[in-house]
Design a protein around this ligand. Structure first.
Ligand code: SF4
Length: 391
């Protein structure tokens, strides 16, 4: 969806749902695993991001771009032009306030902060209507998590001077436009994107998300708008662009742009990081001993014995420890390349490699949590200043 979903799913399965067909992304990929990005790109008309990287000066490229983690885009050219010409553009993001940020969500937040540093105004949506509909979380109960999420974003470097933070429940424009869009979309289209849902609220929430994507333009007029999403959000992104192509919306809005990033697989070797599987991911607020346990038991590309690994080398391409360095915990490209070479040559074994990752996470975690604690009061003020309607 628009927002970084905490659980890397577009619409988590309702516990009461007994029948739900696979989402179109799953259909497109065949296996239910986002493993065939080429296939996804063909299916959803996603373009290769790499030719765009060279249009940006080196200091404006993020390692998520140069390492191919951001692998695709739709309609990103106007945003690139705006960055180069220092013109106005917006960056849209948000999160369901149902859980703290895990390591996968932090990556999207890093991307958003980077686009802000390139000149974009950030629109951050606290998707409390969606957590109400999907997670049965009352609007009031979502407040504490929303404060925590905003504190994370501030700790990552969000500049409040160029940002607009809002809640779906307190922003009348997204509710209004969600309703307007509902008159231009058929139920078949919604079923095609989200599958069969047991309650209308799921589809309502999806249309409010389309309004979230367009809120910068609703409030400030037409302008390039970038929404970074995970690969699993491609159907929702396409629906948003399709709606804007209809009727009077064509004149009202600039087509929204999207970047697509790869999803980090579960640390334990499972397909994806999921809150339902605690060993697949970690939160920075977890005790270090718990995080260390998960890393020590991570799925790697190592061999059965040390002797075999020295002889044959490791396989970083399937290794979740290497992924964590690549996606988040190694900013220096040369150091990452060196690690890959040492792994492939058998010079580096998995035990020491995991220990290095644990040290890296520990340093990052300490620094992040310290910043976050200092910013928590500010986050609280921001969230509590947004009115929560009583149901
Ligand atoms: S040495 Fe490191 S990168 Fe290579 S397979 Fe082992 S844990 Fe993964």
């Amino acid at each position: 969806m628009v927002k970084e979903n905490q659980d890397s799913e577009q619409m988590p399965k309702d516990e009461n749902e007994t029948e739900q067909r696979a989402s179109p992304v799953v259909d497109a990929l065949g296996t239910g695993i986002v493993e065939s990005y080429q296939k996804l790109m063909r299916e959803f008309g996603i373009q290769d991001f790499s030719p765009l990287i060279h249009k940006l000066p080196p200091e404006k490229r993020h390692f998520l771009m140069t390492r191919g983690i951001i692998f695709g885009h739709t309609g990103m050219e106007p945003v690139i032009e705006a960055i180069i010409n220092a013109d106005k553009f917006a960056v849209m993001t948000g999160i369901k306030p149902s859980n703290p940020y895990h390591v996968g969500s932090l990556m999207t937040a890093m991307e958003v902060v980077h686009f802000q540093r390139l000149g974009g105004k950030v629109y951050f949506c606290i998707a409390d209507y969606e957590s109400y509909v999907v997670n049965n979380l009352s609007l009031n109960d979502a407040v504490d998590t929303a404060i925590d999420n905003v504190a994370d974003l501030l700790a990552l470097g969000l500049d409040l001077k160029n940002a607009y933070i809002y809640k779906q429940s307190s922003e009348d424009l997204v509710k209004h436009y969600g309703l307007i869009f509902s008159a231009h979309v058929t139920m078949n289209e919604l079923r095609g994107v989200y599958g069969e849902k047991p309650r209308l609220g799921y589809y309502n929430a999806a249309l409010i998300q389309v309004a979230d994507i367009l809120l910068p333009q609703i409030m400030e007029g037409p302008m390039p708008t970038i929404t970074p999403v995970g690969a699993d959000q491609a159907p929702h992104a396409r629906l948003s662009r399709d709606i804007v192509r209809r009727g009077f919306f064509k004149k009202r809005f600039t087509l929204p742009s999207f970047t697509y990033h790869r999803l980090i697989g579960g640390i334990d070797g499972s397909d994806k990081m999921s809150k339902r599987n605690p060993l697949s991911s970690f939160y920075l607020h977890e005790e270090m001993k718990e995080i260390s346990y998960k890393i020590r038991n991570a799925f790697t590309g190592g061999r059965d014995t040390a002797e075999e690994q020295r002889r044959l080398g490791g396989r970083p391409e399937i290794c979740r420890v290497f992924d964590l360095f690549k996606f988040m915990f190694e900013e220096d490209d040369n150091s990452l390349v060196e690690r890959e070479q040492q792994c492939r040559s058998g010079e580096l074994l998995c035990g020491p490699c995991k220990k290095q990752l644990i040290v890296r996470i520990e340093d990052y975690r300490r620094d992040h949590l310290e910043k976050k604690e200092n910013l928590r009061e500010q986050a609280k003020e921001i969230v509590l200043s947004l009115e929560t309607p009583q149901v």
